[in-house]
Design a protein around this ligand. Sequence first.
Ligand SMILES: NC(=O)c1ccc[n+]([C@@H]2O[C@H](COP(=O)([O-])OP(=O)(O)OC[C@H]3O[C@@H](n4cnc5c(N)ncnc54)[C@H](OP(=O)(O)O)[C@@H]3O)[C@@H](O)[C@H]2O)c1
Length: 288
Amino acid sequence: MKKVLVAGGSGYLGRHVAREFKHRGYYVRVLVRNPDKIKEKGEHGEPVIYDLVDDVVTADATQPETLKDICDDIDTVFSSLGLTRPDFKHSSFDIDYMGNKRILDLALASKVKKFIYISVFNAEKMLEIQNIQAHEQFAGELRKSGLDYTIIRPTGYFSDMIQFLNLAKTGIMPILGDGDKHSNPIHAADLAKICVDAVDSDTTDIDAGGPDVFTYREVGELAARVTGKNPFYFNIPLWIGDGLLAVSRLINRDIADIISFALAVSKLDSVAPKHGTHRLEDYFKENL
Ligand SMILES: NC(=O)c1ccc[n+]([C@@H]2O[C@H](COP(=O)([O-])OP(=O)(O)OC[C@H]3O[C@@H](n4cnc5c(N)ncnc54)[C@H](OP(=O)(O)O)[C@@H]3O)[C@@H](O)[C@H]2O)c1
């Protein structure tokens, strides 16, 4: 039986990936910081996986002593381990780069056959953002590691679109810039299939988005329709966003990164090759 380690196994994508590997007959080890988290459904509809997986390892990527042995007897490592919300103790470099580098070093020492990593679609156009830089810096380590690898670069996840649903519920829908840039967000269950298919693929770099393309304004309108609200729409000029970014840089680099990312995607079309069958409208209805 093939064995996989899923790092980031308590996250939105990681839980779907762990479940997909299990469905395809793998022995699945998940690396989590808090095992209790995967005993409950996640706030974005993430599945419960505690009883589904074979081995739950509690570890923190910033504490090397907790990681030892995690790659023992493992054939494939998948990592969606990353910093996705403000952390006043650690930077993107500490988690996205260094945390994944520690796992890569252990994978090499344990003679793992394949490493699958998640970066971000259009990363090369947003390298001024620290979080994106850290992802791509790790991708560089992976490329030169000599290990067989695939780097998957998805567009925004459905889980990120929940913010539009929450805004619709408040009756206020601020749209950054003109809201006219396009993207095709993807459901983690669809992305998980691409991640597991990557094990037997020779392709080293895969861009992936969902089946439907929206402008950001259209996502807001879809959220409004699903909630049955008629929110007040207003556009936040990009210069105000730039001002907020300058102020946030003085307060916290992770918050600055989040604003920076929101600004970057408001200025850029992010349409990747289409995959999957999940519809954003259904996801909104399930997560109302
Ligand atoms: N969201 C998007 O739209 C999007 C788009 C493209 C790419 N991505 C990238 O895809 C990846 C996964 O995203 P996601 O939405 O699944 O994120 P997520 O739900 O926040 O999952 C991140 C995972 O990393 C874990 N983690 C963070 N710091 C850790 C540490 N020090 N030690 C061990 N585990 C740690 C988290 O553990 P806890 O559960 O304990 O926090 C969680 O399991 C990220 O790298 C993200 O940048 C996201």
